[in-house]
Design a protein around this ligand. Structure first.
Ligand SMILES: [Zn+2]
Length: 341
């Protein structure tokens, strides 16, 4: 029995010695085979010792076997950590994680927001799902107006609508501020029942509203020019055309000069294909209708204001000269398209 115990002791000693000298995966694999393999030291013990004569012997061998297994497991862990830290080649270039970028529309929104912020306009977020009062009734839009037609507008029920413009923010802002001066932009998503190559059911608008004492069309023109020259360039001109909207009086369509033909409408005696006689349409604007001021709790005898609502996609396309065969690409998840910007 004593010689048997000595043999086991030798194996333990052998294992400790081998484990402390392992520095590679190969050496480790060989050690496992040496001790636990089919022809390994443990199996040799079972084959060569008189296990049938003494039931204590297999017990002792099994205890040794589990000791070896535990030590080998521990070594496996420490070895993999050791190999990981020693195998880093610091001279190799790093692996760059894929980087996203800000979406084209978001870039445009941020730029628009910043331009108006420089004039003191505060950006608000007003609901894209709103009641008929804020969306239409309170904005002086009569029941039979196309903006309230469910052929064109998404109604969630009789009184709740996915807003087709950002002007609902006007009444919310008047209620929030209670007293002028009011200077806000409301930039958000708007929805209309339309889908083709040049229309998407969801698009973005930016609304501006300024109310104070003695606000006139001159202020509207000044703010518009500041935006147009900041966003499109100093050489762009602005003009107002009379128009009709329910929530402004007087109302205008605002045009900016075409950059392709420099507002001439012609290039080398040929008609400019981009514009109509030198001008491109920016969008609607006007002086806030007295009824709308009243509905927002503001006395139109004391205060006046102007408002405008323009399309983010529209100004983006006008500025960048981006020609999309299909506007809906902007809202697709096709990375080949989006990665270009
Ligand atoms: Zn032109």
């Amino acid at each position: 029995m004593e010689t048997i115990e000595n043999r086991l002791k030798d194996i333990r000693h052998d294992l400790d010695h081998d484990l402390s000298n392992i520095h590679s995966q190969e050496e480790f694999d060989q050690l496992k085979i040496k001790f636990l393999g089919r022809q390994g030291l443990i199996n040799t013990l079972f084959k060569t010792l008189p296990i049938k004569d003494n039931p204590e012997i297999p017990k002792l061998i099994n205890i040794l076997k589990s000791e070896i297994e535990v030590k080998i497991d521990q070594k496996s862990l420490s070895l993999s950590q050791e190999l990981r830290t020693t195998s880093i080649d610091v001279t190799l270039p790093g692996i760059n994680p894929p980087q996203g970028s800000v979406h084209l529309i978001t870039q445009a929104i941020e730029e628009i927001e910043n331009i108006f912020a420089r004039l003191g306009f505060i950006r608000r977020r007003y609901p894209e799902v709103d009641t008929d009062w804020y969306y239409a009734e309170g904005l002086n839009i009569p029941k039979d107006h196309p903006a309230r037609d469910d052929q064109e507008t998404f109604y969630l029920d009789k009184n709740i609508v996915l807003t087709a413009h950002t002007s609902n923010g006007q009444l919310h802002e008047m209620e929030l501020m209670k007293h002028p001066p009011i200077k806000m932009t409301n930039i958000g998503k708007t929805y209309r029942r339309q889908t083709d190559a040049t229309h998407n059911p969801m698009f973005h608008q930016f609304e501006g509203l300024l109310i104070d004492k003695d606000i006139s069309i001159t202020h509207l023109i000044g703010v518009t020019e500041y935006f147009v020259k900041s966003y499109f360039g100093l050489d762009r001109e602005v003009r107002l055309r009379p128009h009709h909207f329910q929530f402004t009086e007087p109302s205008f369509e605002i045009d900016i000069s075409c950059d392709i033909c420099q507002g001439k409408g012609k290039i080398n005696d040929k008609r400019c294909k981009i514009c109509k006689s030198g001008w491109l349409e920016l969008g609607g604007a006007g002086m806030v209708h007295p009824n709308v001021l009243r509905n927002g709790g503001i006395d139109p005898e004391k205060y006046s204001g102007f408002a405008f609502g323009w399309g983010v996609e529209r100004v983006l396309m006008m500025k960048s000269g981006l020609k999309l065969p299909d506007l809906r690409q902007l809202f697709s998840d096709d990375l080949r398209f989006l990665k270009q910007f």
